[in-house]
Design a protein around this ligand. Structure first.
Ligand code: HEM
Length: 452
């Protein structure tokens, strides 16, 4: 571990001068700075907050796991989400977070995911039919980031509400969540223009959309409470979960906030991972062939929970895709008290920037860093991985609650897509990183689709 005197501190004026580059795409800048000054350096996030930007696995493990109690999510990361989505798992800290996490965790247990596989399979099957209909009508080119966003929104919303929500309300909710997602990205990345968004009424419009979404979800909750009918979905689980100490359930507003958080945390991350895999598998036809063989040998149309472990290569493909293109590319924590890790002092109020993208491309942890090789995640080779050199779902107690949900969903989607279709990248289509809150393909991923 480096000590404070070995760490380069970028002067604030230099950070301010680079603001333009930071807004456009900070990944190359952070990478270059690390190449020059080592795996940890000091910068000023947003021009103000002193931040240890790092790809050091030991420091990351310390912050996320070993001394996690001393590190909260900072406002810079959570405020915009709380404003438009609410106060739920992703945005809260401390005792309230622990209470909510304990309450909600069982809704994501293995046996609960088992119940959701049927829903996920149906959504994926319907999607295959939609694509086939579009191919019939002559469409050949598809923008897969847009496609995957619609698909994963449907996956999350159907998993939350099954078919207890009207198509009209579901469509409206999906539209609202998409707009809110966009507003959050702007709030975080272009905080200096908040006054402009207020002036033009953009902020008010987003607030009104949140109010509309809240009212749709509240109605659903009220109806379910009145009818007493049980459903096989996540809203049912949230409605019937109880706090350990009081044996009481959540209020309607708490459930609304958690539902909105699950939406926002769950759909874009998965959509990005699924979009990038079209590119990685197009670039590596051998891996694609191997995936097709796995799907063919399973020889099933409708997937059940017990089929999921029979698609290990699909899981490896997604793991390696998220190594190269981690949907959550950066996260951060703020120190509540002074701390020391092996000679490195971090003062109360300092931030630590965990550069997930950089860790996944770190030459000290990976050989042939830029090469797409799903074999890295085979059972045998996974054992040699340095802890916290790979953490697309974060780690420690605040590990993504949706890991199993996302992994299962992505295996199901790959199964259906590669069973039925061929995908070819549109010639000369530029593929570029756009790191907003999540890591998107800047110009989307345009593919030519045909029957397999
Ligand atoms: C490929 C897909 C996904 C990726 C890469 C991903 C990544 C992450 C990461 C990195 C965090 C931690 C953020 C931080 O510590 O700053 C997180 C938290 C979270 N994720 Fe995911 N996620 C994915 C899918 C999902 C899905 C499908 C759901 C729900 C259905 C979900 C729900 C959540 C929630 C509620 C949290 C907050 C957990 C807590 O703090 O207790 N995520 N996710």
């Amino acid at each position: 571990m480096v000590t404070n005197k070995d760490i380069k501190e970028l002067p604030r004026y230099q950070v301010l001068l680079s603001l333009n580059k930071i807004v456009k795409n900070p990944i190359p800048l952070i990478t270059e700075t690390m190449e020059k000054h080592g795996s940890t350096y000091i910068t000023y996030l947003g021009g103000v907050a002193k931040t240890y930007m790092t790809i050091d696995p030991q420091l990351i493990q310390h912050v996320l796991q070993k001394n996690h109690k001393n590190y909260f999510k900072p406002k810079i990361q959570t405020e915009a989400i709380s404003k438009f989505v609410g106060h739920g798992l992703l945005t809260i800290n401390g005792d309230y977070w622990l209470k909510q996490r304990r309450m909600i965790q069982p809704s994501f247990h293995r046996e609960k995911i088992q119940g959701l596989v049927k829903i996920m399979n149906n959504v994926a099957s319907d999607y295959v039919k939609e694509i086939k209909a579009k191919l019939e009508s002559g469409q050949k080119e598809f923008e897969m980031h847009y496609e995957m966003s619609l698909l994963t929104l449907k996956m999350v919303s159907r998993s939350l509400f099954s078919d207890s929500i009207s198509v009209k309300d579901l469509d409206r909710l999906n539209d609202i969540i998409s707009v809110i997602q966009f507003t959050i990205a702007k709030e975080i990345r272009q905080s200096m223009f908040a006054w402009w968004r207020k002036l033009t009424g953009e902020t008010k419009r987003a607030e009104a959309l949140r109010a509309e979404a809240v009212s749709i979800i509240e109605n659903l909750i009220e109806n379910r409470r009145k009818s007493g009918k049980r459903y096989d979905d996540m809203l049912d689980m949230l409605l019937h979960s109880k706090y350990e100490d009081t044996d009481e359930g959540m209020t309607n507003l708490q459930i609304v906030d958690e539902v909105m958080i699950i939406f926002v945390a769950g759909f874009e991350t998965t959509a990005n991972a699924l979009s990038w895999q079209f590119y990685t598998l197009f670039e590596n036809q051998n891996a694609q062939q191997k995936l097709r063989v796995e799907i063919k040998s399973l020889d099933k149309e409708e997937l059940e929970f017990m089929d999921i472990p029979k698609l290990p290569y699909a899981k490896q493909v997604m793991a390696e895709t998220m190594r190269l293109y981690p949907p959550a590319w950066l996260t951060s924590r703020i120190a509540l008290e002074d701390d020391e890790i092996d000679g490195l002092k971090i003062d109360k109020g300092d931030l630590v920037g965990l550069f997930i993208y950089g860790c996944h491309h770190n030459k000290d942890s990976w050989d042939r860093v830029e090469e797409f090789d799903p074999e890295r995640f085979s059972k045998e080779r996974k054992k040699d991985m340095v802890p916290y050199s790979y953490f697309p779902f974060s780690g420690g107690p605040r590990l993504c609650i949706g890991v199993q949900f996302a992994e299962t969903e992505m295996q199901i989607v790959l199964h259906h897509l590669y069973k039925h279709f061929n995908f070819e990248l549109v010639k000369d289509h530029p593929v570029e990183l756009q790191p907003l809150v999540t890591l998107r393909p800047k110009h989307g991923i345009k593919m030519l689709v045909s029957h397999a």
